[in-house]
Design a protein. Structure first.
Ligand code: AGP
Length: 615
C-alpha cells in the first residue's frame, strides 16, 4: 500500500505535494519521491527513507520549482527500498514519469518484451515496466498520452492507482485506478489527486472518487474528463462534498487504525495471494519456494521461530504443513530458541515469521540457525526489513502497513502465505490428493468474501463485548487448527483491554483450568463444525454445568451450540485448515470493542511497542 499525491494548478506544487505525502505516510514510508514540472524542466527527486529525507534531498538539490507535481511514498512490493526503486519513475526517453500504488502481476513478461525492443531498466520495479509500456504504445501507435495509458493498462493484470505526466503535454495529468483507491480534489483553477482526500481536504472539499476500471484526464483547460479504461467510453464524474476531517480520512473513516486494519483483511488476503494463487490452473507460484523447492523436498524438519501473534501463525502453520506436506514441524518462541542451545541440522529449514521484520529475538534465532547451517526462509510484511534481508529466501505478506500495535491483518496474511507454501510443497511431493489440492486452492479464493461475511457480525459482537467488558478474566478454547486461534484471541484481549485471558486446547480444561469456571468466567469457545466438533460441544456442556458463561464461535446455522451457549457468533463454513482465517475475526472485534468500551488506547496500548527491536 503506497501513497500517491499530485497537483496541477497555478500555485507552487512542491509544498502541496510534500505536505500531502506526509499525510499519506501511514500508507507506506520506506522511500519517497517527487516529480516537478516548471514549464521547461521535468525533475525527479527521490530517496530511500521518509518524506523528511526527501525534503532534505530536495533542499540540497534546490529542486522545488513547478506548478505541476506528482509525489509518492512507498510501501515496497517489488524491489527493495532504495533510491533507484523509489517512485516517480521515468520512461526511457525521460519524457514521461509515473507514480503507482499497486501490483502489476504480469510485469515480468511485459518487461521481457520491452527489453527485446531495446528498453533498459534501472530499477527492479513493476512500475518502471508500466511507464515504458505506456511510452512504447505512445511511440508505436502515435496516440495521445491518455490513449497510450488506456491501451497499456489493457495489457496489464493486477492492481493500480497511477498518475502519469508527459513533459511535452504540459497541462495535463492522466490518472487511472483498478483495485487501489484514487481521489481527485476539484479546486478553483487547480486539481489534486491522492490515494485518499487527506492531502487536499484543506484546499477543497469537492472530490471525485474514481471507480475501479476508470481513468481521467485532468487539465486546467478541460477540467476532469473521466472514461472507462476498458473501452474509453466517457463517464459522468460525480463530484461529492466531503464532510469528514483529516484524522477520520487517515483512518479511512474508522475510529482506530486497529479497526481499519481488521476491516482491511479481505483486501489484504487478496493482495497476499494475488499473483501467487492460480486456482483455475491448479498452480501456486512463489519464487522463494520455487527456487528452493529441493531444500523443502529434502528437509527432515521445519523449525518455525517467531514471537507473539506471529508465533500463533506459526502454530497454525504447523498443523497445515504436517497435514499436507508431511514434514515434521516444530514451533519455537524465538526468545527461547536462541538461548537453549538447540539442535539444528544442515537439512533443517527454519521459517522465521515477523510482521515488522525487525524483532530482535527472531533475528537472533535466524543468525543462530544460519551459523549451524540451516536454510532460513523469512515471512515478513515489510519489504527490505532486517529479517527479510537476513533470510536466504522468503515470501512477503502484502498486508500493507500495520499501524495498530495489536496485530490483526498480519496474522491472517501470514496464515495465507504459510498455507500457500505448504500446499505448493505438498503438490510437488505428491503428499496431497489432486482433488483435495484443487478444492483447497478454489476455497482459498473464497476466503476474502467469507471474511466480509464475518465482519457483518460486528454489531452482534459489540453487544457481546458490552456484556463482558467488566470481566476480570477470560478463557479461550479451541481444538486442532483453532487451538492457536484461542491463544491469539486471548493475546488480543490482554494486550488492548488489559483483562487477563488465557488460551487452551479445549481438551485441556479437565487437566486444571476447569477449576476456574464459575459464573464470573466468560469462556470463548471456537466450535466450528470442522474437527472434533462433538468433543467441543461436550466441553461446552462441562462449562455450562459449572455455571460458566459461554461465547461460541460457530459455523453458520449451528443449532446445537446455540442452545447451549450464552452467545454465538457465526462464521461461514470453510475447509478446516482455513477456519483460523475466519474464526480469528470475531476475536479481534471482541477485544477491540471491549477495549474501546473500557476507554483504553487501542492503537497504542500501555507498555507495548509495534516492533520489539530490543531483547
Ligand atoms: C501482537 O498483537 C503483538 N503486536 C506482538 O505480539 C507481535 O506479534 C510480536 O511482537 C511479533 O512482532 P513481529 O511479527 O513484528 O515479529
Amino acid at each position: 500500500m503506497c501513497g500517491i499525491v499530485g497537483y496541477i494548478g497555478l500555485k507552487d506544487a512542491y509544498p502541496i505535494v510534500i505536505k500531502g505525502l506526509k499525510r499519506l505516510e501511514y500508507r507506506g514510508y520506506d522511500s519517497a519521491g517527487i516529480a516537478l514540472f516548471d514549464g521547461n524542466n521535468l525533475e525527479v527527486t527521490k530517496t530511500k527513507g521518509k518524506v523528511a529525507d526527501l525534503e532534505r534531498v530536495a533542499l540540497e538539490k534546490n529542486s522545488k520549482k513547478g506548478s505541476i507535481g506528482i509525489g509518492h511514498t512507498r510501501w515496497a512490493t517489488h524491489g527493495v527500498p532504495n533510491d533507484v526503486n523509489s517512485h516517480p519513475h521515468y520512461s526511457n526517453s525521460e519524457n514521461l514519469v509515473i507514480i503507482h500504488n499497486g501490483i502489476i502481476e504480469n510485469y515480468e513478461p511485459l518487461k521481457k518484451e520491452l527489453v527485446a525492443r531495446g528498453y533498459e531498466f534501472k530499477s527492479d520495479t513493476d512500475t518502471e515496466v508500466l511507464i515504458n509500456l505506456i511510452e512504447d504504445v505512445q511511440i508505436n501507435e502515435k496516440v495521445s498520452l491518455e490513449k497510450s495509458v488506456q491501451i497499456a493498462l489493457n495489457q496489464t493484470i493486477g492492481a493500480y492507482a497511477i498518475a502519469v505526466f508527459d513533459k511535452r503535454q504540459e497541462d495535463e495529468l492522466i490518472v487511472a485506478r483498478l483495485g487501489s483507491p484514487l481521489a481527485i480534489g476539484v479546486g478553483e483553477n487547480e486539481f489534486f489527486i491522492a490515494s485518499d482526500a487527506s492531502p487536499f481536504i484543506e484546499y477543497t472539499s469537492d472530490a471525485i472518487y474514481l471507480e475501479d476500471g476508470e481513468m481521467a484526464k485532468i487539465s486546467l483547460n478541460e477540467g476532469v474528463v473521466v472514461s472507462k479504461i476498458k473501452d474509453g467510453v466517457a463517464v459522468d464524474p460525480y463530484i461529492q462534498k466531503l464532510k469528514i476531517n483529516l484524522e477520520q480520512i487517515e483512518k479511512g473513516g474508522f475510529d482506530h487504525f486497529m479497526l481499519k486494519e481488521i476491516y482491511e483483511q479481505p483486501h489484504a488476503i487478496t493482495d497476499t495471494y494475488r499473483g501467487r494463487l492460480l486456482a483455475n490452473e491448479g498452480v501456486i507460484k512463489m519464487a522463494g519456494i520455487d527456487d528452493n523447492i529441493d531444500k523443502f523436498l529434502n528437509a527432515k524438519r521445519i523449525i518455525i521461530v517467531a514471537c507473539g501473534t506471529s508465533w500463533h501463525a506459526g502454530l497454525v502453520a504447523e498443523y497445515i504443513f504436517e497435514e499436507f506436506s508431511r514434514i515434521p514441524v516444530e514451533v519455537e518462541y524465538a526468545s527461547e530458541f536462541r538461548y537453549r542451545n538447540p539442535i539444528i541440522n544442515k537439512d533443517d529449514i527454519l521459517i522465521a515469521i515477523s510482521q515488522s521484520g525487525e524483532t530482535a529475538d527472531t533475528m537472533a534465532a535466524i543468525k543462530l540457525a544460519k551459523q549451524r547451517g540451516a536454510f532460513v526462509f523469512g515471512v515478513c510484511n515489510v519489504v527490505g526489513s532486517s529479517i527479510s534481508r537476513e533470510s536466504h529466501a522468503g515470501a512477503y505478506t502484502h498486508a500493507g502497513p500495520e499501524i495498530g500495535v495489536a496485530s490483526t491483518k498480519a496474522f491472517t496474511t501470514q496464515i495465507t502465505v504459510l498455507a500457500l507454501m505448504a500446499l505448493r510443497i505438498a503438490k510437488q511431493k505428491g503428499s496431497i490428493a489432486n482433488s483435495q489440492y484443487h478444492y483447497l486452492l478454489h476455497e482459498m479464493e473464497q476466503i476474502p468474501s467469507k471474511v466480509e461475511k464475518v465482519l457483518e457480525q460486528n454489531d452482534t459482537i459489540e453487544k457481546v463485548a458490552e456484556a463482558y467488558k467488566d470481566s476480570d478474566n477470560c478463557l479461550y478454547l479451541g481444538r486442532g487448527f483453532n487451538f492457536p486461534v484461542a491463544l491469539e484471541g486471548a493475546l488480543k484481549l490482554k494486550e488492548i483491554s488489559y483483562i487477563h485471558a488465557e488460551g487452551y486446547p479445549a481438551a485441556e480444561m479437565k487437566h486444571g483450568p476447569i477449576a476456574l469456571i464459575d459464573e464470573q468466567m466468560p469462556v470463548v469457545v471456537i466450535a466450528t463444525k470442522k474437527g472434533h466438533y462433538e468433543k467441543v460441544v461436550s466441553n461446552i456442556q462441562e462449562i455450562k454445568s459449572r455455571k460458566g458463561k459461554v461465547i461460541g464461535v460457530v459455523t453458520e446455522g449451528d443449532i446445537t451450540v446455540k442452545e447451549l451457549a450464552d452467545h454465538v457468533i457465526e462464521v461461514p463454513e470453510t475447509l478446516e485448515p482455513f477456519t483460523p482465517l475466519l474464526t480469528t475475526i470475531p476475536l479481534q472485534l471482541l477485544s477491540y470493542h471491549i477495549a474501546v468500551k473500557l476507554g483504553k488506547n487501542v492503537d497504542q496500548p500501555r507498555n507495548l511497542a509495534k516492533s520489539v527491536t530490543v531483547e
